[in-house]
Structure formats: structure tokens, C-alpha cells
Ligand binder design. Structure first.
Ligand SMILES: [Zn+2]
Length: 87
């Protein structure tokens, strides 16, 4: 358990079968989790944090790849020029 609330913020009852809800920042009844729009039934997993975390990761990944391409292009251009000088 990450959160230590005794009562479920969704229904106000004491949580019996509780799950950590990052959206509510509390433990909630498991049944609310299944009803939530962030819950992906196919993976039986909450997608709340992942949605935001993935966006950041995808952007940084794109930047990383772009940087690699820039370096690669730069190095091949330099190599070609050096080859020409050597010829
Ligand atoms: Zn509840």
C-alpha cells in the first residue's frame, strides 16, 4: 500500500479490497478501478500514469533518435570530406 487512507474517496466506505489509485491519489475499492475510464480491460491494468509517462518518454526518444541522426549525418559528411582530401 502506498496510500494510507482508510476510507475510499469514491464511495466514502472503508476500503475492503483496495487498490492504489493514482488518479485519486488514494486507495480505492477495486470495483471503482474496473469502472474507471483509465482502466484497460484488455491488460487488466490502469493506464492513468502511463498515459502521461509515455508521452514524455516518446518525446525524449524522438529527440534522442534525432540527435543520433544528426551525429551520424555529420560524421559521414566529415568522412566524405576527409576521403576527398586523401584522394
Ligand atoms: Zn469505494
Amino acid at each position: 500500500m502506498i496510500y494510507d487512507n482508510e476510507k475510499c474517496p469514491v464511495c466514502g466506505h472503508r476500503t475492503m479490497t483496495a487498490v492504489n489509485c493514482e488518479k485519486e491519489a488514494a486507495t480505492i475499492c477495486m470495483s471503482h478501478c474496473y469502472e474507471c475510464s483509465f482502466f484497460i480491460r484488455m491488460f487488466a491494468h490502469c493506464s492513468y500514469r502511463r498515459q502521461f509517462a509515455d508521452k514524455k518518454r516518446i518525446i525524449s526518444e524522438q529527440e534522442r533518435v534525432r540527435g543520433m541522426i544528426r551525429k551520424f549525418k555529420g560524421s559521414t559528411v566529415n568522412n566524405q570530406e576527409e576521403n576527398r582530401k586523401n584522394e
